[in-house]
Structures are given as structure tokens and as C-alpha cells.
Design a protein around this ligand. Sequence first.
Ligand SMILES: Nc1nc2c(ncn2[C@@H]2O[C@H](COP(=O)(O)OP(=O)(O)OP(=O)(O)O)[C@@H](O)[C@H]2O)c(=O)[nH]1
Ligand SMILES: [Mg+2]
Length: 196
Amino acid sequence: MSKYPRAAFIKSADAPVQFVPDEGAEVAFAGRSNAGKSSAINVIVNRRQFARTSRTPGRTRLINFFSLRDGARIVDLPGYGFARVADSQREHWADLMAEYFETRASLRGMFLVVDIRRKLTDFDRQMLAFATSVGLPVHVLLTKADKLKRGQAARALREVGGELGDQVTIQLFSALDRQGEDEARARLEELLESSE
Ligand SMILES: Nc1nc2c(ncn2[C@@H]2O[C@H](COP(=O)(O)OP(=O)(O)OP(=O)(O)O)[C@@H](O)[C@H]2O)c(=O)[nH]1
Ligand SMILES: [Mg+2]
């Protein structure tokens, strides 16, 4: 049974005019292409292929808005760091993301999804620096934890956690075996319920 029985896809946006009305509260899922953003959303909402996942990096090219309930949304952002895209597309992506982060008054926090085997990439660090500069709370999902042995995963958690500022929270996660789903939902709810 989903914790969000009324969860539904709202729309995809390729331009700011297509963003859903900026009211209520939303949390955005950002991260490297193929890190596991869409998979994490599916586990948190407890629905298969709610947000579409793919083995092909760069699957989510649009900003996808989902409603969890009245006035609460999650936003699946297109991944970064995907090498095989044209410069024009990369620029379009950067413009779209800048518009999104600069304009969304309803944005309460960011879930930064990081593949535990790759740890933080330069772009993850840029996202963290940006979020810190505008006072946006960040929760790091160190995902694909099932790919490492427990000890290795714990070490990665300490290592990445040590690089993060005080405002940033972090946890181990796996969409495959659902490790950390309750913790992720609790943090998501905390952010959604927070006032700015
Ligand atoms: N083993 C394992 N595989 C995972 C996990 N999460 C995601 N994957 C796999 O990683 C691949 C990418 O997952 P997605 O959820 O589509 O990644 P994404 O970040 O949404 O990717 P883009 O939309 O391209 O930016 C898929 O093949 C998933 O099945 C996990 O926790 N464990
Ligand atoms: Mg995706």
C-alpha cells in the first residue's frame, strides 16, 4: 500500500511557462544522470514505474512534476553529467535548471541522489554549493547501497558525509532492496512540512 494513495503524475515541463503553479510545497530530486533519481522516487511513493526509469543514461530529459497529495509535490529533475548530448541541449538543460531553482518559491528542499560507487562528482559539489548559497536544505541519498558490502557502504557514508556542511543530511539508500525507504520518506515529509 502506498503511503501516498493519491499520488499522480502532473506534467512534464521543457520550459518555465510549463511549470505547475508555484504554490504549496515541493522537493526536487537532483543528481547525475543514471544515479537512480527516478528509482528512488518510485520506492518512496511505492509504485513501480511511477517515475520512468531506464538503463540508458539521460532518460529523464524534462522536469517532471508529481503530486503526492494536495499542496505537496515531488519534482524529478533531468540528470546531469550525461556525456553524449549536444552542446545546445546541454545549454538548454542549464537554462531550464537555473530558471527552476531561481524562481520556485514552493521549493522546500533538494534530494541529491548520488551513486554510492561514484561518490560526489564535481557537478554534485556545484549543486551542493549552490543550495548552500541560497539556503536550500539538502538531503543526500547515497543510493545503490546494495552494490557494496555493508562495511564498504558504511565507509562511503562516512567519507561523503565528512565532505558535507552541517545543513546537509545524508543516508544510505537502495531502490533494489528498499534500504532506507522509511528514513527517506521521513526526511521528505520534514522538508515538505517546513515553512521557508
Ligand atoms: N542495484 C541498483 N540499481 C539501481 C538502484 N537505483 C537505480 N538503479 C538502476 O540504475 C539505472 C538508472 O536508474 P534511474 O532511476 O532511471 O536513474 P535516474 O537518475 O532517474 O537517471 P536519468 O533519468 O537518466 O537522469 C536503472 O537501470 C536502475 O534500475 C539501486 O538502488 N540499486
Ligand atoms: Mg530519471
